[in-house]
Design a protein around this ligand. Structure first.
Ligand code: UD1
Ligand code: M6R
Length: 371
């Protein structure tokens, strides 16, 4: 049921304040007057000790689910102190990469039925790793075959393009980082800021959704383009990959997410006055580096669209031709949840304007159950 929406993708983008609320329901604890805040993931509580003892945490997934894990990687490394590595499921299988008994392998999948992710799970089970699932589908193969896990509870996702599952996956993995990290005096302020941020996240997402018209206008400008680059780094490297994936998958426009730190190692050669480039430059530890990326792209006459924190337009824009997407600011590790929303809206509007099928992009299936 699409309600008053024209497409499932549109509905699922706009219901993110609600889906994020259900993802967090019952899992964020505000302990009375002591103001002590914590996270409770029922499916993991008996396994946290084992996870904390593991030598490495390895995230395994495909497509958007992989991108969600990439977005959560920095906070998991920071709070747990455990090395975190990333595997695209098919690539792990192609290489028969090393997975050990001392590893915690985390399988991220909206459907819980993706063939490559499922085969990678069998492989990790054979190798004796602790296998944790992060899925949206109760009773799915990945939920059943993992040792433990967390349901993201985002509600059924119908559109082939994953939108609300992505933001709920990130939130669950941030909660996972808080749960594994545990309470120490030294990280208490940081933990409280993140938990406060989680409580307020649905409101921030509601706010960023007001950019719908702005993104539609931007889509009109880009309708006839052949290609769109998206530059991000740090917490928002994943946002760049995910934004580009959405644009190529539904709008059928070539798009590439680029790690801004790699700019001079090749991508800079593409820059001219015609190719549109989105640069994500919201406030975090990478902000000044992104400002210098903007300057360098501007020096090559790049056609810039800058995503920045509210109030930063004048600071980040090199000239009057630069387009701006101003988004609400959040704690660094939650900012990817905010920043992906305008890119989801852009992909949606581009698709409708270009006249393509939004919910069933050509050649794609919602759940990839064959290799
Ligand atoms: C569970 C109930 C929820 C109830 C809550 C109350 C289910 C599905 N969830 O939620 O309805 O409101 O208790 O306390 O009945 N699991 C895996 N792999 C996965 C995902 C989950 O093994 O990929 C396992 C978990 O380890 C857990 C079980 O499935 O044993 C349920 O997980 P989850 O729904 O996340 O647990 P709760 O949030 O505690
Ligand atoms: O169900 P899964 O999360 O395992 O699916 C993984 C990918 O097939 C999926 O995210 C795909 O990339 C989406 N169509 C992206 O929008």
């Amino acid at each position: 049921n699409k309600g008053h929406y024209e497409h499932y993708m549109q509905k699922e983008i706009h219901e993110q304040p609600e889906s994020l609320t259900t993802t967090m329901r019952g899992r964020l604890i505000h302990r009375g007057s002591s103001k002590s805040k914590s996270v409770l993931l029922g499916g993991l509580k008996d396994h946290l000790k084992t996870i904390r003892r593991s030598r490495r945490i390895v995230f395994i997934g495909c497509g958007t689910s992989y991108n969600a894990a990439l977005a959560a990687r920095p906070i998991l490394e920071e709070l747990s102190g455990i090395p975190v590595t990333m595997e695209i499921a098919s690539d792990l299988l192609d290489r028969e990469g090393p997975i050990y008994r001392e590893d915690t392998a985390v399988f991220v999948s909206q459907s819980g039925e993706t063939a490559d992710t499922l085969l990678a799970l069998e492989y990790a089970l054979d190798n004796g790793a602790l296998c944790v699932g992060i899925t949206n589908t109760v009773g799915s193969a990945i939920a059943r075959n993992t040792h433990c896990g967390v349901h993201i509870n985002a509600g059924a996702e119908i559109g082939v393009a994953s939108t609300k599952a992505y933001t709920s996956q990130i939130v669950v993995m941030v909660m996972l980082a808080l749960a594994i990290g545990g309470d120490t005096i030294s990280n208490q302020t940081r933990r409280e800021a993140i938990i406060d941020g989680l409580f307020d996240l649905p409101n921030k997402v509601r706010e960023v959704l007001k950019l719908d018209q702005v993104m539609k206008e931007l889509a009109k400008l880009l309708i006839a383009e052949q290609s769109l680059l998206v530059f991000g780094r740090g917490y928002n490297y994943a946002t760049a990959l995910e934004g580009a994936l959405k644009v190529k998958e539904v709008a059928l426009m070539h798009s590439e997410g680029i790690l801004a730190g790699e700019m001079k190692h090749g991508p800079l050669a593409l820059v001219d006055e015609n190719l549109p480039i989105v640069v994500i430059a919201t406030r975090d530890a990478c902000f000044s580096k992104q400002q210098s990326v903007i300057q360098q792209l501007h020096a090559r006459k790049g056609r810039l669209i800058v995503m920045c924190s509210k109030g930063d337009a004048a600071t980040v824009c090199p000239n009057e031709y630069c387009r701006v997407i101003e988004v609400p600011e959040d704690v660094d590790c939650l900012q990817p949840v905010i920043n992906v929303v305008p890119l989801q809206l852009l992909a949606y509007h581009l698709t409708v304007l270009r006249g393509f099928n939004v919910d069933q992009p050509r050649n794609l299936a919602k759940s990839v159950t064959t290799q």
